[in-house]
Design a protein around this ligand. Structure first.
Ligand SMILES: Nc1nc2c(c(=O)[nH]1)N[C@H]1C(S)=C(S)[C@@H](COP(=O)(O)OP(=O)(O)OC[C@H]3O[C@@H](n4cnc5c(N)ncnc54)[C@H](O)[C@@H]3O)O[C@H]1N2
Ligand code: MOO
Length: 399
């Protein structure tokens, strides 16, 4: 539902220079603007040779990287060549300097080992031809994608603008500094949500502490120009839980109003108006808020940003995990390699109560545990945390 909502409109496209494009999603596929390499290139420092040896050569620095085209290399001759230099036409092979014997007296070059035609030459177009697709639309621009784009001739990239997110932190009991005291506790969600949402590709404003003030919540919602508003706390039915009443007063459409998931069952997804921002209401219990982040905010943002949603996958779980009688549980897990011939698996972590963050801080994923629980050795679906990402588009392409 959240992913579908996010994909509702066509994603906008902007062009950003390479040094500002990191982390954005490509709005279009990147086609190579040139052959790569764009000329036959020496892969080693050594000698370009033509025909069978020994080869006559002239003294001097020879062919260097970054210079214009070299003249044709006549049969039976050799010329010094640097890594990255253009290989002269009619070159048979490049011989690495450590595999060559230079007879200065006779002006002859000998190979110390057999020479294979084409060795240590990177032929033009070896990596790609001009126009060939390098990276599909929807790919997140990583440092490596930036390098590839530059190599292929790009100065700017067509990307989807980052979704803008406002974070509103509700609760009179929250402190922003120091130790808990007198029933007051530290706000654990404000410091977590900005970086987490940025890791999902969003542009996030500083979290705004609003206390338990329905009027402040209402005016924050109506004055926001974000694509998504994330609230924390106030989703349940307590005396100071203002999220539902304020959404109702604003005529918002509730798309998800509670889920059969623990922790996180009161999470909600709403749209403030048909063209207005979405709102993800995260429960106040910190691990319950993480559940809502992964299952509502992440797919919604992926949809808005044109990014493919996480590919579901399963992994062996290494211990019995108890279940909720009728709801699905999300349990922090960490991936572990199999030892002594055992299979790779995930280990469930302790300290996974709804109000705890100790388990998730050590985790790289959440296991989806069906009602009733699972036995050790069962496969369960895993939701990755954003700092344990996969790159689904490479599968089948280069493997
Ligand atoms: N009668 C019922 N009460 C509750 C139910 C229920 O089904 N029936 N569900 C419980 C569950 S489960 C959750 S989760 C919470 C959700 O409540 P809210 O979203 O309204 O959250 P709050 O009441 O505001 O806070 C809950 C809890 O979390 C602490 N909190 C809130 N914000 C933060 C923060 N930014 N950093 C750290 N901790 C925070 C808050 O102090 C409370 O302890 O409702 C249950 N109640
Ligand atoms: O969402 Mo509560 O368990 O579901 O913390």
């Amino acid at each position: 539902m959240a992913a579908r909502a996010g994909r509702g409109g066509p994603p906008a496209t902007i062009r950003l220079p390479l040094d500002r494009a990191l982390g954005h999603v490509l709005a279009e596929a990147l086609g190579a603007l040139t052959d790569l390499p764009s000329f036959d290139t020496s892969a080693m420092d050594g000698w370009a040779v033509a025909g069978p040896g020994p080869w006559a050569f002239e003294a001097g620095a020879g062919l260097l990287a970054g210079r214009g085209p070299a003249p044709v290399l006549p049969d039976g001759t050799a010329v010094r060549i640097a890594t990255g230099a253009r290989v002269p036409p009619d070159t048979t092979a490049v011989i690495r300097s450590e595999h060559a014997h230079v007879d200065e007296a006779r002006g002859l070059l000998h190979a110390r080992r057999s020479v294979v035609t084409g060795q240590d030459i990177r032929p033009r177009g070896q990596e790609c031809r001009s126009g060939e697709q390098l990276v599909p639309a929807g790919t997140v621009v990583t440092p490596a994608v930036l390098g590839l784009a530059a190599a292929a001739g790009y100065d700017a990239l067509p990307v989807v603008p980052r979704p803008r997110v406002d974070v509103l932190v509700l609760g009179d009991e929250l402190l922003n500094a120091g130790l808990p005291h007198d029933g007051l506790i530290r706000d654990a969600l404000g410091p977590m949500l900005g970086p987490w949402l940025r890791a999902l590709g969003a542009e996030v404003s500083d979290p705004r502490p609003l206390g338990d003030d329905a009027g402040a919540l209402r005016s924050a919602l109506t004055s926001s120009d974000a694509d998504l508003i994330v609230t924390t706390g106030g989703t349940a039915a307590g005396p100071l839980d203002h999220v539902h009443p304020v959404l109702e007063a604003l005529g918002a459409e509730l798309l998800v109003d509670g889920v059969a998931v623990r922790p996180g069952h009161p999470m909600l997804l709403a749209r403030l108006s048909p063209d207005g921002p979405y709102l993800v209401g995260l429960p106040g219990n910190p691990l319950a808020a993480v559940s809502g982040l992964l299952t509502l905010a992440e797919p919604l943002l992926a949809g808005i940003a044109g990014r493919p949603a996480q590919d579901p996958y399963r992994a062996l779980v290494h211990a019995d995990v108890h279940g909720h009688p009728h709801d699905t549980r999300l349990v922090p897990v960490v991936h572990r390699p199999g030892r002594k011939g055992g299979r790779d698996h995930v280990a469930p972590l302790r300290y996974n109560g709804p109000a705890m963050l100790r388990g998730i801080a050590a985790a790289d994923g959440l296991a989806v545990v069906p009602p009733g629980g699972v036995r050790s050795g069962t496969e369960v679906e895993i939701l990755d945390l954003p700092w344990a990402p996969a790159t689904p588009w490479t599968e089948g392409c280069f493997t």
